[in-house]
Structures are given as structure tokens and as C-alpha cells.
Write a new protein. Sequence first.
Length: 367
Amino acid sequence: MKKILCTLLAVLFTVILAGCVQPPHEHTLVEVPRVEAEVGKDGNIKYWECTDCGKLFADAQGETEIAREDTVIPAPEEPESPFTLADVYSWTGRNYPASEFTFGYNGTEEVTFTYDETALTLDAEAHTVKALKDGRFPVTVSAGGSTDSFTVIGKSVNRVGYRWQGDINWYKELAGNSADLYKSEGTDGKTTVFIGDSFFDGTNFWTNFDEIYAGKDAQVAGISSTTTYDWEQIMLDRVFLHNMNPKNIVMDIGTNNFYDDGDSTDMAIESVQRMFTLMHDKMPETHIWYFSVAQRTNTSYRQNVSDLNDAMQAWCADKDWITFIDVEDLMTAEYIRPADGVHPTLDAYVDVYAAQLEKAGCVIEDK
């Protein structure tokens, strides 16, 4: 009896074991076709995926299993453009000249410019553009199968409000005095004129100017508290910097755009560029030397100042009529008057401003 029972148990155990053994899984493979990678989008190799278990294989027989990352063809890097371009402001109305735009091309093929002719006029040889109305207008540049673009930002100028009106009559009077001095003692093509805000005010702040430039054909005509709007108005109203062509204009301007007028960075960048565009149009033979805006001990607009300086350094870089002189990092605490936390010390005019102007290549003629 025991023998029969053992036999029955053995048979039952064998049956149970047989039921636990799973047959080999047969993959149901679906081909995933190859997709070529594009700029900004990964592709993939051809592979097979099992619709039941989700495993991936490099072959249709399901013999070589691969990981998901093995199927990826990385997106190629965007090819470097053969063009050097940058967005540019352009101002409507007859008061403002066409703007010079940044352009470079490292090929030899003919270059074409495509744009909305109802919004812009463009001189491809002079690399200038004039906005006919407000708005943002793309310019497509093509050559040798390559295409790129830049944007012209058309802006109208409405000279009203505190930025334009303020103390402008007082500023015009002081600018008129400087115009008279240039007429009596200045010489076109020879004299260097220092203009701008209080940093270049020879009466109240740059009081050692005559000592630094003794025997030189140089005049200092900065006006305290002025902004780019004030100097633009002075030029447009033909008070100063009109019918004259000094050898050099050296300018410090921009700090009051932030700390007095509360400009945003974009507002200040546009205003500085507009002022210099107008200045160059009025004095095309004059070289302009522009000092970066120095930081104050009041750091409310520290980032704005740095961003303006960076933008202007880039803007000036490809123009042969204006030179950017970066003194932002050089104007350390020891060179700022502790009494106001703003203006340069007399040593700063020697060690920083005069020294960096000379280093930049500005030659000031003897009288």
C-alpha cells in the first residue's frame, strides 16, 4: 500500500513540476525604421521592438538585445553661420540718419538681402538701414546656399516728457558757451573735445584737466547731470556739435540715464546708440572715444550699468569711427570720491581716464 501511495505522489509531483515550467517566450517583433537626426532633434537607428515584453533588438531574429539609449542618433550641432550679424535699432523721421548694421561674411559668393521694402530701406554696400515705421522687421541674408537673419527694430522718437525737457534750457546755455569756445579756439581736424556728464565737468569735478593736458589742443565741455537725451537734444537743436569737425570727441555719458531718469537697460542702450549714430552723422570725420559707465557705491543699477557697457562694447567693435574704452573694473573704490560715491578722484583722471585714453590710441595734438 505504501509503495502504491509513493508512486502516486511521485506521479503527482511530476505533473505539478511540469505545469510550473514555462515555455520559451516568443517575441513579437516590430521593425522601427531608421530616422536621421536633424539639428535640434535626435534620430534613431533601425531596430526591432517586442510588442509583448518591450525589449529592443538590433536584429530581426531577436538575438541581440540592446538598450534604448543604443538606438539614439544624437542631433548634430547647428552649423556655424558664415555670417556675422546683429539686431539693430533704426529711428524713423528725417532727424535721424540710417543706422549702420553689423555685417560680415566669410565666403565669396554674392550676398542678397531680403526684407519688407514698405518698412525698410537698406543699402547693401554701405551696410546701413533706415526704418520707415515702428516695428520689428526681419532681414534675411543669403549667399552660397547659407541663410541667416537679423532684426531691425524701428522706433519713432517723441521728444516730450522729463527725459527731454527737465533742465534742458540750462544745459543748452552751457553747451552754447562751449560752442563759442570751440569757434574761437578750436580747429577742425585738430582739436579734441571732452564732453558728457559731470565726470567731464572741468569746473566742478575734472579740475586738473588743464594740468593733465597742458600745451595740448584740448577742451573740456562736460555738463553735470546730463544724459544722452540732453546731448541728443543739444545736437538736434544745433546748439553744439554742429558745423564743427574736431579731431576727437571723448565722451563719458550714461550713469544719469539710470540713476536720475530710471531708464531700463534696453532704454539706455537704445538712447546711447541713437545719440552716437546722430553724432557721427553730424561729424563724420571726427573719431569718437566712449568711456564705459563707471559703477557707483550705490549699487541699485549695478547690473544695468554692466549690461549697458557690454552692449556698447559689442556695438562699437565693428565700427571704425568709435572706440569703446572699458574702465568699469579700473574704477575701484580708491578712485571714487568718498564724499559722493560717484565721481572720480583727481588721481582717477590721471591714472584711469587719461592713461586709458592714451592706451586706446587717442592722439591729442599740441596747441
